[in-house]
Design a binder for this molecule. Structure first.
Ligand code: F0G
Length: 460
């Protein structure tokens, strides 16, 4: 059968408030053209993020009722830890309220002025936490990973010769080697098991701990199963175990492949590091058996981890992305290929080639998509990455717009609506103008900065 069906039934629904284009144009202006400033009630299809926006299963809601809210020694923590250990056998599991709290704790220990931290591509909060500690973050993804049209099956891979050269150059100033699976900032592209093992080998040869940012580990494992030689007959759970077996720690946002609305953890093998991390945890998040979470959240994550590795779910999820990408490709929208795990990425720099990178083509596209269809997306490009810690603003490697697909939340007809909105946009895109930033904060400016349309006129 060709029709993609959701491998679940819907038991509970949330209404969507319908809006008109004129209404949306006003709302956008009121939020200074920053889509983070919109109220979600004013959005028809919210593809701002796949983080914490998934639908929980009936089994997760049932597990929530079992949540034990004891301050110390809650059995909910034991179930949380056991579910993680089943896939990621680290010595120490430290619960946090979300992924960035795990990063903040890790870099309060490993970061600091003069330190340098490599990754395939640091996500914005990872970079933000590293830079806030005074350290520098560097991206060493393979060249194919920066070419939206390149069909390399593992565009999230680390460039191994560059990593070797980096470690030779920066030596003792490198506290750890990181790898993000999948590579969110580079298009949700996966990292092969072979590359994960090679990065681990290089890190260990230089006596550096190897830390995986595992936010989308299940999607990454699904791609390994689909695309890597010798992996087709292995289960996603076994592949996941292999990925983490060669790491010394991980940061995790359970809001992605934990199938939860909140939560995360920091995992470490090293006893000393873990002790320092727990001290920081108690200071900033909470006691080590709950971190920044309620017992009920720990239960939702424990159950979510058993559902996320379900291969019928993963097949459906990736097929939906492929379906959108194929159709956008057909109508001439330049999409990042092959399909990534959690999102569809549009190459805005290419589609809106009349808008230079420093006039933010990704922002122009994201704003117009909201005006035309009420679809909220997210710029991942020069607005997000162009501001340098000490130096002038420079264009990011790519100007992408991300349509992040929440887990189990929207249906195939929502997918068709998104494709139709792009069809409308194709008619108008050559009239879109760029933007300038009229106000920005010091760090992570994309969340709160304010834009002004460059021609001072309506954008569509
Ligand atoms: N690492 C990666 C690769 C991420 O994608 C995110 C979050 C984090 C770390 C931080 O986790 O949100 O729980 O604190 N990404 C979200 C996104 C926000 O929209 O891609 P968090």
């Amino acid at each position: 059968m060709k029709t993609i069906i959701e491998p679940f039934r819907i038991k509970s629904v949330e209404p969507i408030r319908m809006t008109s284009r004129t209404e949306r144009e006003d709302l956008l202006k009121q939020s200074h053209y920053n889509l983070f400033g919109l109220k979600s009630d004013d959005v028809l299809i919210d593809l701002l993020t796949d983080s914490g926006t998934g639908a929980m299963s009936s089994a997760q809601w049932a597990a929530i009722m079992r949540g034990d809210e004891s301050y110390a020694g809650s059995p909910s923590f034991d179930r949380f830890k056991a579910a993680i250990h089943n896939l990621m056998p680290f010595e120490h599991i430290i619960p946090t309220h979300q992924g960035r709290a795990a990063e903040a704790i890790l870099f309060s220990i490993m970061g600091g002025v003069g330190r340098n931290i490599p990754n395939n591509t640091h996500f914005d909060t990872t970079r933000g936490n590293i830079e806030a500690s005074g350290a520098l973050a560097h991206d060493l993804v393979i060249a194919e990973g920066k070419d939206p049209a390149n069909l390399h099956p593992f565009k999230g891979n680390m460039d191994l010769p560059r990593l070797e050269a980096y470690l030779a150059e920066y030596g003792d100033s490198v506290p750890c080697v990181m790898l993000t699976i999948t590579n969110n900032a580079g298009g949700g592209q996966p990292v092969s098991l072979e590359n994960i093992r090679a990065v681990s080998g290089i890190a260990h040869a230089h006596n550096k701990p190897f830390i995986i940012d595992g936010c989308r580990f299940a999607e990454n494992a699904w791609f390994i199963k689909q695309r890597e030689a010798g992996q087709a007959d292995r289960s996603v759970s076994d592949i996941t175990r292999d990925c983490f077996a060669v790491a010394d720690g991980m940061t995790m946002s359970a809001k992605k492949d934990g199938f939860a609305n909140i939560g995360g953890w920091l995992a470490l093998n090293d006893d000393d590091l873990a002790e320092q991390a727990r001290a920081k945890l108690i200071q900033t998040e909470g006691f080590p058996t709950y971190g920044g979470l309620a017992g009920r959240d720990l239960e939702a994550i424990a159950q979510g981890l058993s559902e996320i590795v379900d291969e019928d779910y993963l097949r459906y999820r990736i097929q939906t992305n492929e379906y959108i990408i194929e159709r956008l490709d057909k109508i001439g929208v330049p999409v990042v290929k092959p399909a990534g795990g959690h999102a569809v990425f549009i190459d805005a720099r290419k589609w809106l080639s009349h808008i230079p990178p420093l006039a933010y083509p990704g922002q122009a596209l994201a704003a117009a998509l909201y005006q035309v269809g009420g679809v909220r997306s997210c710029e991942i490009g020069t607005v997000m990455f162009g501001r340098q810690p000490d130096g002038p603003e420079i264009p990011a490697a790519m100007d992408l717009v991300r349509l992040a697909i929440p887990r189990r939340t929207y249906t195939q007809s929502h997918a068709d609506y998104i494709i139709e909105a792009f069809g409308e946009l194709a008619e108008e895109k050559d009239q879109l103008a760029g933007y300038e930033i009229s106000w920005e904060p010091k760090l992570m400016r994309h969340f709160t900065c304010q834009f002004t349309p460059l021609d001072g006129m309506r954008q569509t």
